[in-house]
Design a protein. Structure first.
Length: 200
């Protein structure tokens, strides 16, 4: 009787060990399969991002965006940075030339904030943030009234550019930044329109 119990226990132990071994192999295979799938998806994602960030620019800033009929996400980001650069350079020059304060000083600070938002996106996607080459394109207005009118036109163009971008399917973080920037530009537009009315 004791021998039968002993053999039964040994048999039960062997079956248990065999079961765990088979399950362990199966589990290991499943983990490897999942890991391989994740790796494949990651590679596809990297390829997609690389393609989306290729640059095929058609001009500088909003003007380039208006005529570009096949924009990548990289193109949109570059146009956005360029347009914020040219706006910042123009408003800084107006402040210096005419010893102007509001609304230019407030809007100048906003342009820096806009560029910081865009810089965060570039860092998120491990991209090199563009250098400021806007000074070569700067056109200086001849008076404060002309400056305000130029501000109106610049903000109208900036708003139209972001609204064009937002018609595309975009990663949520980029969409959020474009939404924020277009709303900021609408506030700037209202400020410049008031300035035009005041100086006319």
């Amino acid at each position: 009787m004791k021998v039968k119990i002993k053999y039964s226990l040994i048999l039960l132990l062997l079956i248990t060990i065999l079961t765990f071994t088979i399950m362990g192999c199966s589990s290991s295979d499943n983990v490897n399969k999942i890991n391989n799938e994740i790796i494949e998806k990651d590679e596809d994602f990297v390829q997609l991002i690389a393609k989306d960030f290729d640059l095929t620019l058609e001009g500088y800033g909003a003007k380039g965006a208006f005529v570009d009929k096949d924009m990548s996400i990289g193109d949109m980001l570059m146009y956005a940075v360029q347009d914020e650069y040219i706006a910042r350079a123009e408003y800084a020059a107006i402040i210096e030339e005419f010893d102007a304060t509001r609304p230019y000083s407030n809007i100048l600070k906003s342009e820096d904030t806009h560029l910081d938002y865009l810089k965060d996106i570039y860092e998120t996607y491990d991209l090199v943030f563009p250098k400021d080459e806007s000074s070569a394109l700067l056109v200086m207005p001849t008076s404060l009234l002309e400056s305000a009118k130029a501000g109106v036109q610049a903000e109208i163009a900036n708003i139209a550019m972001y609204e064009k971008f937002l018609k595309y399917e975009l990663p949520q973080d980029i969409k959020n930044v474009f939404d924020t920037l277009v709303n900021g530009s609408k506030n700037h537009l209202a400020a410049y329109q008031k300035q035009v009315e005041k100086l006319s």
